[in-house]
Design a protein around this ligand. Structure first.
Ligand code: URA
Length: 202
């Protein structure tokens, strides 16, 4: 048993908010325990609720295409959500549901300890970039509590609005460069020029 699978068992048994009564399955999230990058969406939708797995519907298919465009496979990253159970009819999560679920994402981040967190959509963004607007910060990164957080629109938004597809495709291409920058060692201090040798004639 790993720390993440132990945590999954706790999440699967959670009844801390009203969604426990309406969900079909809990969707804790999935991926590598040593993932360098975590992708955090909003909440499970219809397909996720049926299968107990994150991003398995049309938005998930597009997310996989985005990952492929930067040579990532979904097995190599961790994919999760701000809340772990589907709100009925895919309505927006309520503040009390987000609060009740907060501890699970906090513990997932602690165990996985990723180098970067990619937020997908407004609810995930709000968890890491307080008071920000997705229209302004998408495609940019900030250090939050020592972690690099990169904001993106939700892949589902691109299914409704074609122009956002291009935005998401362009934004994800910035991620490898941003990651490489934060991982490169700080530049060596420049060595002081040696004193010119005094040439003595005598
Ligand atoms: N949308 C999300 O935010 N999460 C999922 O898992 C699926 C769709």
């Amino acid at each position: 048993m790993t720390a993440l699978s132990d945590l999954n068992r706790e999440i699967l048994a959670c009844r801390d908010c009203g969604l426990a009564k309406t969900r079909t399955r809990v969707v804790p999230g999935e991926g590598a325990e040593n993932a360098t990058i975590m992708f955090i969406g909003e909440a499970p939708g219809f397909y996720e609720d049926q299968q107990g797995r994150p991003f398995v519907g049309p938005a998930g298919k597009f997310l996989e295409e985005l990952l492929k465009s930067i040579n990532l496979e979904r097995e190599k990253v961790f994919i999760g959500n701000v809340i772990k159970c589907r709100p009925p009819g895919n309505r927006d999560p309520l503040p009390q549901e987000i609060d009740a679920c907060r501890k699970w994402l906090d513990r997932q981040i602690e165990i996985i300890s990723p180098k970067a967190i990619v937020t997908l959509g407004r609810y995930s963004m709000a968890r890491f970039f307080q008071g920000a607007s997705i229209g302004k910060i998408h495609g940019t990164a900030q250090k939050v509590d020592g972690k690099l957080c990169f904001a993106m629109y939700h892949p589902a938004a691109a299914l409704h609005q074609q122009s956002l597809r291009k935005t998401l495709e362009a934004d994800i291409l910035k991620l490898p460069g941003i990651l490489a920058e934060t991982q490169s060692p700080p530049p060596e201090p420049t060595k002081a020029e040696p004193e010119p040798r005094q040439l003595s004639m005598f």
